[in-house]
Design a binder for this molecule. Structure first.
Ligand code: EPU
Length: 342
């Protein structure tokens, strides 16, 4: 006999979102396996309730209490699925902490995820926004995932093509938002391993240390050090990483901005468009270190909004809007938030 579904009521979500924002879930079920979701769907009352899927809570701004049923994904497990000549395939439960997964692969002797060390959140959330850092994105290491359809209750296998990965984007943020729950993710760690060290901050580390052929553990350590030096630890200061995406503009638009602000940080993309550093744009508008209510702009990286202590989701959203308006006013560019505002 399966144990009855445990439905928790009036759950404080503050510990479950990295911004540390106050919100209460009317009902919450911890999902440990695909079957738990089917049991929720088969329940006469829970099955009909609107649902909200919560992973590590590192990419969400909670502005209100949730009268929906919160499905908190806690599917655990890590294993090597296959060792091939060209790659090692590893599988993680969606509830595993992303950084622990990265560290575990290195401990097993498998390189390939080191550039994405210390990204907050869970493995299940990683494909949703195609996380990325220091020259690598999840899609570069993605094999497949399993998700449960919230209408039919069926487990569905997704390959990379089905996920429609793009910069901080996927089908799970768009057509399938709120419609499926990712339960397991498989990653492909290519063999032979080649280091990805083209990102400016990593090139700087190589130059400073004199190490010209770093191994994966060295890159992992560098990435951890770089992140710790400029990004706040969510355990100490509530935040959701970069709050805005880096905007992409046409070459013509970029030339126009460079004409007025020659020092703007920008990266030409292979398709002729240009990615601008949103942190630079926000910084240039004088926002670094500023505070509205109890929400602020991090002192060392203007792209990160922080909870100065006791902030509400509404205060974070007010600050974000003020930043968007001032960047639009000066540069004519609309910044798009990275986290989901609920
Ligand atoms: N910059 C400023 N002022 C600031 C912040 C940045 O002038 O206050 C300039 C920097 O000097 C640098 C440029 O902007 O020349 C880019 O900054 P950085 O290298 O720190 O990277 P980013 O574009 O701000 C992106 C990702 C991060 C990821 C890093 C490293 C996005 C939205 N953010 O940040 O991802 O860790 O690159 O790859 O793409 C996240 O998504 O949550 C995240 C932290």
């Amino acid at each position: 006999m399966p144990t009855p579904l445990a439905v928790e009521r009036g759950v404080n979500l503050r510990p479950y979102n990295s911004f540390g924002l106050p919100a209460v879930a009317q009902q919450l079920v911890r999902v440990k396996a695909d079957a738990d979701i089917r049991r929720v769907l088969g329940d006469p009352q829970l099955g009909r309730a609107p649902k909200f899927v919560l992973g590590g809570g590192s990419n969400v701004v909670l502005t209100r209490d949730l009268d929906t049923l919160v499905l908190k994904v806690e599917v655990m497990g890590r294993r090597v699925v296959q060792e091939r000549d060209d790659a090692v395939i590893v599988e993680f439960g969606a509830g595993e902490t992303w950084h622990d997964a990265v560290a575990w692969t290195l401990d097993q002797g498998f390189a390939g995820l080191e550039n994405m060390a210390l990204i907050p959140g869970t493995v299940g959330a990683a494909p949703v926004q195609n996380i990325g850092a220091y020259g690598l994105e999840l899609k570069d290491r993605f094999e497949s995932l399993d998700a449960v359809d919230l209408v039919t209750g069926r487990s569905v296998h997704f390959d990379a093509g089905m996920c429609h990965f793009a910069y901080r984007d996927s089908v799970f943020k768009r057509e399938l938002a709120g419609k499926s729950v990712i339960t397991r993710v498989r990653l492909k760690l290519p063999r032979p391993w080649t280091p990805v060290v083209g990102y400016l901050d990593l090139e700087r580390k190589m130059h400073e240390s004199g190490i010209t052929s770093p191994d994966a553990r060295q890159i992992f350590d560098w990435v951890c050090a770089i992140r710790r030096s400029k990004l706040p630890d969510p355990a100490l200061i509530g935040n959701a990483g970069s709050f805005f995406k880096n905007p992409v503009v046409s070459e013509e638009q970029c030339r126009d901005i460079i004409g007025r602000d020659p020092e703007i940080v920008h990266y030409p993309l292979p398709d002729g468009t240009v990615k601008l550093a949103a942190g630079w744009l926000i910084d240039a508008c004088g926002w670094k270190g500023k505070t509205i209510g109890r929400a602020g702009v991090y002192e060392k990286q203007a792209l990160v909004l922080v909870n100065r202590g006791g902030a509400s989701g509404a205060e974070v959203v007010t600050l974000a809007r003020a930043i968007q308006e001032s960047v639009y006013g000066r540069f004519g560019i609309r910044l798009e938030p990275e986290p989901v505002v609920v």
